[in-house]
Design a protein around this ligand. Structure first.
Ligand code: IVH
Length: 664
């Protein structure tokens, strides 16, 4: 047998064993025998690198460390799920669905795996890249880490391979593996992970894929992204087909219909939870037929055709040491309980929001009380009730002072609203909150302008609103405590770099009440990236947008009717903000071309380059392979430059990259 054939043969054998182990839970070879075959392949590939495939099983050991993760846009948004907190809500969900169809609608019932959602993208059967869910629209490029997960097929098997296949699934760690890993960490004096979910998330976000490869990560796949060259009619058909391509699918999947089916599955999953070796935090019910899913459609964040039935959250008892008032960017005075730290569901909790005075009154919460707290998944911990038997006899009721703790001006409640707000637009806490929001990642993404610096700039009267950011000079910053000339220069550079942005991020940065990133993206799109069209729009135009309701429309109109806001916006715009389009320009030049990036450019950050490439229809990836079309190389290019040269990939400097865009 030729070396080339032996490499092919070993690759197929190892892939087959992986599938037997991870997909069918039926190992047909010992770990020892597997390692011998893997070593043989490794040696052959080292001696004959021309035959080494990017998706070889030897790639699972992890390649070189990355400096940072790139971002990847999802072709279809990765939505989350609405929750049914009790049987009534489950009944409501079922009612909404059956309204559409007279027949008993079929559901697929699945376990809700408690890990990290990822998307895997295959072109012509080859794993090309994969990402985290991120904000649902774009996630982090964790391709090299995903390649180390043995359950993820690097090449699809079977004879019907789609041209494009996007598969979504949950990466997790088995409880037994987690315990072993943690006890090893303790032995090595390393901090143990709080729980399997954190461990899986931390492992996937390692910049060094070799570390990821040593973590026993697993995956179960549960949903499609975009697929070309293959069609499915239903979720159950999709799930049944996945193993044929080599994807592991959770075995506890059921097809059924009617409310009783949903309730029964939920109850059986609660029992199953104790028996299985991985964490689940609920169940997921999905309408089976894809045509019905389409008919039901989606809300801005979650589909109408699916719902999660969450298990009851984990609870614990601890003491309230103090109640402090924090003031956010909207001026809301929020009482926060400072707790004696307690571990709930594997996470240490030391704060819990008390929301407002009504909530404090309703639960009669006092300083020094012992309270039952609950933590549900990622949700902020909440206080369920006070353990009255443990209350001290001299305790007093707690009242939020009607004075802003920061600026000392009077705080007000609007009509029947439970929230007290500081209305002083010069309140330093509000100014700070607004500026912190404006510079944050999902807004203008001004790297380096952190909380402490913002604080100092406000105290020194250099910042009183977001537009003042653009008036900052190096000399203003150098005069601040512990600020060197280099850091000052870096901040000014990142302010300048951040001016290349999208209108959606700018709108989000304005902090209009009830308008988050999703709504901002929608507004930018609906108003053709023209901020003046948005500023001048009327209530009816807004309300006619499907996803925008009365509350949001009111907030938007109110915000833009305030002259002060318009002045601030105009000042920001006059500092040369440049909004790139979020939409895909139909171009034939960059369409489906893949780009990688190394070094640093003069005018654009890495994530801006990614956004530009994607807005022209190309792909951006943090790693290079022989299918990469262009490497954009700036100053201080890393090892990617030499790799690109050896692979014969076209290399572009900043000017050549911009010229390429011009040509379109
Ligand atoms: S379906 C639009 N199925 O739950 C459908 N999600 O809140 C969205 N998850 O981000 C996902 N097990 O991380 C789906 N069997 C399952 C799941 C599942 C766990 C997670 C996933 C997602 C989150 C949605």
């Amino acid at each position: 047998m030729s070396i080339k054939d032996r490499i092919k043969n070993l690759t197929n054998t190892l892939n087959k064993h992986n599938i037997n182990y991870y997909v069918y839970d039926n190992p047909t070879i010992s770990d020892f025998e597997y390692d011998i075959l893997l070593r043989e392949l490794e040696e052959l590939e080292n001696k004959n690198p021309q035959y080494k495939n990017q998706n070889s099983p030897t790639m699972r050991v992890g390649s070189n460390p990355l400096k940072e993760f790139g971002t990847i846009k999802h072709r279809l948004p990765m939505l989350s799920l609405a929750n049914a907190m009790n049987e009534n809500e489950l009944e409501d969900f079922n009612k909404q669905i059956i309204k559409l169809d007279l027949k008993d609608v079929e559901y697929v019932a699945e376990l809700k795996l408690d890990g990290l959602a990822v998307e895997l993208v295959y072109e012509n059967g080859q794993f090309i890249y994969g990402s985290t869910r991120g904000d649902g629209f774009e996630g982090e490029d964790i391709t090299t880490n995903l390649k180390t997960i043995k359950g993820i097929p690097l090449s699809l098997v079977g004879d019907r391979i789609p041209t494009l296949l996007e598969v979504r699934g949950e990466v997790f760690i088995n409880k037994k593996d987690f315990k072993k890993l943690n006890s090893n960490r303790i032995k090595q004096d390393l901090v143990p992970f709080a729980n399997p979910r954190n461990c899986a998330a931390g492992s996937l976000r390692q910049l060094d894929p070799k570390i990821t490869s040593r973590r026993p990560l697993r995956i179960y796949c549960y949903g499609p992204g975009e697929i070309k060259g293959f069609e499915f009619d239903s979720q159950i058909d999709f799930l049944n087909y996945l193993p044929k391509w080599g994807f592991p699918v959770n075995p506890h999947i059921k097809l059924g219909s009617g409310l009783n089916f949903l309730k029964k599955y939920y109850k059986s999953a609660e029992k199953l939870r104790e028996k299985i070796d991985y964490d689940i935090d609920g169940v997921v019910f999905k309408v089976n037929a894809y045509f019905l899913q389409k008919k039901l459609g989606e809300r801005s964040k979650s589909p109408r055709w699916a719902i999660a039935g969450k298990f009851k959250a984990e609870q614990g008892v601890t003491k309230i040491l103090d109640i402090q008032i924090s003031v956010g960017r909207t001026g809301a005075l929020t009482p926060v309980a400072k707790l004696e730290p307690i571990k709930v569901g594997g996470v240490i909790i030391s704060n819990a929001t008390l929301h407002n005075q009504d909530e404090i009154n309703k639960k009669d919460i006092r300083i020094n009380d012992y309270v039952l707290i609950q933590r549900a998944g990622d949700v902020i911990p909440e206080i369920l009730k006070v353990i009255k038997e443990k209350r001290l006899s001299n305790s007093n009721q707690f009242f939020i002072s009607k004075v802003c703790p920061i600026c000392k001006s009077e705080a007000y409640k609007k009509n029947n609203n439970a929230v007290l707000r500081c209305r002083n637009s010069n309140c330093k806490a509000i100014i700070k909150g607004k500026i912190e929001h404006y510079v944050s990642k999902n807004c203008m993404d001004i790297v380096g302008l952190g909380t402490k610096i913002i604080d100092l700039l406000i105290i020194n009267n250099l910042l009183s609103n977001i537009s003042d950011i653009y008036k900052l000079k190096i000399k203003d910053l150098i005069n601040l405590e512990r600020m060197g000339p280099k850091s000052a220069e870096n901040i000014i550079n990142s302010i300048n770099q951040s001016k290349q942005t999208t209108l959606a991020k700018f709108i989000n940065g304005l902090g209009i009440r009830n308008v988050g990133l999703n709504a901002s993206k929608l507004l930018a799109k609906k108003f053709n990236d023209d901020i003046f069209k948005l500023i001048n729009c009327n209530y009816d135009e807004l309300i006619n947008i499907n996803e925008i309701g009365e509350i949001m429309a009111d907030s938007i109109i109110k915000y833009f009717s305030d002259e002060k806001n318009i002045n601030i916006i105009n000042e920001c715009l006059s500092s040369n903000l440049n909004f790139n389009s979020f939409r895909v320009i139909q171009s034939t030049t960059l369409k489906d071309k893949s780009f990688a990036f190394t070094g640093s450019l003069k005018n654009y950050s890495r994530s801006q380059v990614a956004e530009i490439v994607e807005s022209y229809g190309g792909y951006f990836s943090s790693s290079l392979n022989k299918k990469t079309d262009y490497l954009i190389a700036g100053n201080k290019s890393g090892s990617k430059l030499s790799k690109a040269k050896s692979l014969g990939i076209k290399i572009l400097n900043e000017k050549e990259f911009l010229d390429l865009l011009e040509k379109i």
